[in-house]
Design a protein around this ligand. Structure first.
Ligand SMILES: NC(=O)C1=CN([C@@H]2O[C@H](COP(=O)(O)OP(=O)(O)OC[C@H]3O[C@@H](n4cnc5c(N)ncnc54)[C@H](O)[C@@H]3O)[C@@H](O)[C@H]2O)C=CC1
Ligand SMILES: O=C(O)C(=O)Cc1ccc(O)cc1
Length: 312
């Protein structure tokens, strides 16, 4: 008899998150069999070369057949289409989950396609890097990181508990909340910051009076951090903004108001306003460091990744 918590896990999409999950499932014996499926034959072949799974399928329905855990690791805009492809092949009692950075839209896209005899438990690991593709994954990615589960009302608590234990098996701490709350929180702590990074790097790239070589030569560490984030996968982030539209627009409106306040303070020489804000934000940063939440994970990821992949 098998001792692994799952008999067969199907990973749909084998980029940064899918491959990091494969490493974890293997290392922590979370399943007896890892079935991998992805859209492109080249990516699947690379996953096989890396030995990430036990079976490899171009047909997603074939991969999920007999699986007791199915995890969609694709851009959020593809979740609806993938759920349609696999629906008829899903095993009764299977847990179907995802790793998308947006939850409300993923639930809306997937739920209508899924049969009543499976347990749908959406998830989001708050762990990643700017890298993508099957080479980018590494086992330590989820260690000491949060994973948020957003089950819909009426979900079997045992299925939620099983998925919670799976993520704990990957080294994560798990929290449960509504999809709506998740999308608001992530809009301010992750989505808007990425948009700001894309925007500032774009603005610097468009400058006429400051040359590109000067931007590279004199970029202080703050700007360098922005360029790392702005190197994140374009498909993934396009989908995040299109699918968390309302929460992002709400947070952007607040951000713009606060930015206007700073603009005014600079224009009128109001140093007190600037000093007061910078003092408050410094305390927030110190709180994060004291709570042990400031691991140098991106560098760690870079060490393990082999460079951004444009089309995986
Ligand atoms: N990159 C990050 O830092 C994090 C990403 N996420 C979420 O994880 C999901 C995957 O992101 P990554 O692994 O970073 O992306 P990635 O670009 O590294 O990998 C995506 C994979 O999905 C495949 N794919 C795309 N469309 C597909 C389709 N229709 N059918 C089958 N396979 C398809 C691609 O070929 C690729 O193998 C996204 O929803 C993202 O929001 C969550 C946490 C962190
Ligand atoms: O690389 C970084 O700095 C990240 O912020 C990683 C990340 C990206 C997207 C997510 O949904 C969660 C984490």
């Amino acid at each position: 008899m098998s001792e692994a918590p799952f008999a067969r896990v199907a990973l749909i999409g084998i980029g940064l998150i899918g491959s990091s999950l494969a490493h974890n499932i293997r290392a922590h014996r979370l399943a007896d069999h890892i079935a991998i499926t992805t859209r492109r034959a080249e990516t699947l072949a690379r996953a096989a070369e890396l030995g990430l799974g036990d079976s490899y399928h171009l047909d997603a329905a074939e991969a999920v057949r007999g699986a007791d855990l199915v995890i969609l690791c694709v851009p959020v805009g593809s979740c609806g289409a993938v759920s349609k492809e696999i629906a008829a092949a899903l095993e009764p009692g299977a847990i179907v989950s995802d790793v998308g950075s947006v939850k409300g839209s993923v639930i809306q896209q997937m739920q209508p396609n899924l049969p009543a005899h499976i347990h749908f438990v959406p998830a989001h690991p708050i762990a990643g890097t700017e890298q993508s593709g099957p080479d980018a994954g590494f086992r330590e990615l989820f260690e000491n990181r949060w994973c948020i589960l957003t089950p819909v009302e009426g979900t079997d608590p045992q299925a939620v508990e099983r998925l919670k234990r799976f993520w704990e098996g990957c080294g994560s701490n798990v929290e449960v909340m509504t999809a709506e709350h998740h999308d608001l929180v992530l809009a301010i702590v992750s989505h808007v910051p990425h948009l700001i990074a894309y925007n500032i790097v774009g603005t610097a790239a468009d400058l006429e009076t400051v040359t590109q070589s000067e931007v590279v030569k004199f970029s202080a560490s703050g700007f360098r951090d922005f360029t790392r984030i702005a190197a994140s996968d374009p498909t993934m982030w396009r989908d995040v903004f299109l699918h968390n539209r309302e929460a992002v627009l709400e947070m952007l409106a607040r951000f713009s108001e606060d930015l206007a306040t700073l603009q005014r303070a600079i224009r009128w020489g109001d140093g007190d306003t600037l000093f007061e804000l910078f003092t408050r934000t410094r305390a927030i940063r110190r709180g994060i460091v004291e709570a042990g939440q400031d691991t140098a994970q991106p560098d760690f990821g870079r060490e393990h990744g082999r460079g951004p992949k444009d089309e995986t």
